[in-house]
Design a binder for this molecule. Structure first.
Ligand SMILES: Cc1ncc(COP(=O)(O)O)c(C=O)c1O
Length: 402
């Protein structure tokens, strides 16, 4: 007798556009403790070794306001205001990580076919969200100071895109931080076209050299804006807390979207974050310590890259954030490279998933330096370079034979 097969459930057409996260796939192959992982964007867990969390009172166990706890909204709004944004607690929404801010913003703005402009490369989980909402993605290349304002003006004329997504400070994945001049020029172009700016800024506080220039949103005169921040990179990502600050007219629909998504963010987590962020001096001292710790790791990775990758790739030393972005001098098979390095206990992120348009994809690799201990970083970079060198040689042989 034939066993009946269950009929496939009919799913929404947008599910076809839902790509899995490459980073998560690689990370799931790296749960093994022996793997040296440069793949994710994970903070160094050793920073939490002696961390004492405040005790959460039972009053935080009840359902709470969708906007988030007033005291935390005030702290985060003060921070945004200090960066020059016209922000206050009333237009600040606590989100479940800044990733939820991306989801809510996408739901607010995007319909199937809505043009959206982003950087090439761009944050891959933002690309994932915009594709889910079936947006029409247009990319602009990044140079060392950001995207080109004139190219942006042209693309806005051409596409009439109502929204642009930028991560202008210590960008994930490239590490690029836009210059002050570029920020002002881009804001002027956005004002000219009345384009909504979705600015994602989770790495701002992890600055190794000078403090970064203010957010682009702070230079806007008339255009609407949404500014996303997060406690994930500087406090604890497991709290899953971020914030969204926006032009006043956008707050009410975003709040309704938040209610529809999850009623409100985790209250015990908000209590903990409020206690830990309450004293600005204590918080600044903690961030200074964290930057000092990551600066040493960045410098070590730069030394190791200079020793092992010269001639194989080019890169810039990031002035903040958590990533080096390597561009290879020769086209190599990075899927093969990843298989080879994983079999030797090392993970990295190939560059391709950070590009919305396959035409833009060159051969590049993102390396995270915040997670791996200094002792293991040297071994990992040595293995990576050996695999890449082998593939370079294979590619060079194939080229000369053809
Ligand atoms: C640019 C960018 N935006 C948003 C996020 C999401 O951060 P979270 O949801 O943990 O705040 C990340 C995390 O890596 C990121 O790199």
């Amino acid at each position: 007798m034939k066993t009946p097969t269950a009929p496939s459930p009919r799913l929404a057409s947008r599910i076809d556009k839902l790509t899995g996260s490459v980073a998560r796939d690689i990370l799931s192959r790296t749960q093994d403790k022996e793997i040296i992982s440069f793949a994710g964007g994970l903070p160094d867990a050793s920073l939490w070794r002696d961390l004492k969390l405040p005790e959460v009172p039972p009053s935080a166990f009840q359902y709470g306001p969708s906007e988030g706890e007033r005291s935390l909204r005030e702290i985060l709004a003060r921070r945004s205001k200090g960066l020059g944004l016209p922000a206050n607690a009333d237009t600040t929404l606590i989100t479940s990580g800044s990733q939820q801010g991306l989801d809510l913003a996408a739901k607010l703005i995007l319909e199937p076919g809505t043009p959206i402009i982003l950087e090439a490369p761009s944050y891959l989980a933002a690309i994932q969200v915009f594709k889910l909402f079936q947006a029409d993605l247009h990319s602009l290349p990044l140079d060392s100071e950001g995207i080109c304002p004139r190219a942006l003006d042209r693309l806005l004329n051409e596409t009439q895109a109502p929204v642009i997504y930028l991560n202008p400070t210590f960008q994930n994945p490239s590490g690029t931080s836009y210059s002050l001049e570029r920020r002002k020029q881009i804001a002027a172009v956005l004002d000219k076209h009345a384009t909504l700016l979705l600015e994602d800024d989770p790495y701002r506080d992890i600055a190794y050299d000078a403090p970064p220039p203010p957010p682009i949103a702070s230079f806007l005169q008339t255009s609407p804006w949404i500014y996303l921040a997060s406690v994930s990179k500087t406090l604890i990502p497991g709290l899953r807390l971020g914030s969204l600050t926006c032009s006043p007219e956008l707050f009410s629909p975003l709040l309704k979207l938040k209610q529809a998504a999850d009623l409100h963010s985790n209250r015990p987590a908000q209590f903990i974050a409020t206690q830990m962020l309450a004293d600005p001096a204590v918080n600044q001292a903690r961030i200074d310590g964290l930057c000092q710790h990551y600066r040493q790791k960045r410098d070590l990775m730069q030394t190791l890259l200079a020793a092992h990758f010269s001639g194989l790739a080019s890169w810039e030393v990031p002035s903040g954030g958590m990533f080096f972005w390597l561009r290879f001098t020769q086209r190599i098979d990075l899927a093969q490279a990843l298989n080879d390095t994983l079999s030797r206990g090392v993970a990295f992120m190939p560059g391709a998933p950070f590009f919305a348009d396959p035409e833009d994809v060159g051969t590049s690799m993102r390396l995270n330096f915040s997670l791996v201990s200094p002792e293991r970083m040297e071994e990992g970079i040595r293995i990576l370079a050996a695999v890449v060198r082998d593939l370079h040689q294979t590619a060079a042989c194939a080229e000369s034979a053809s």
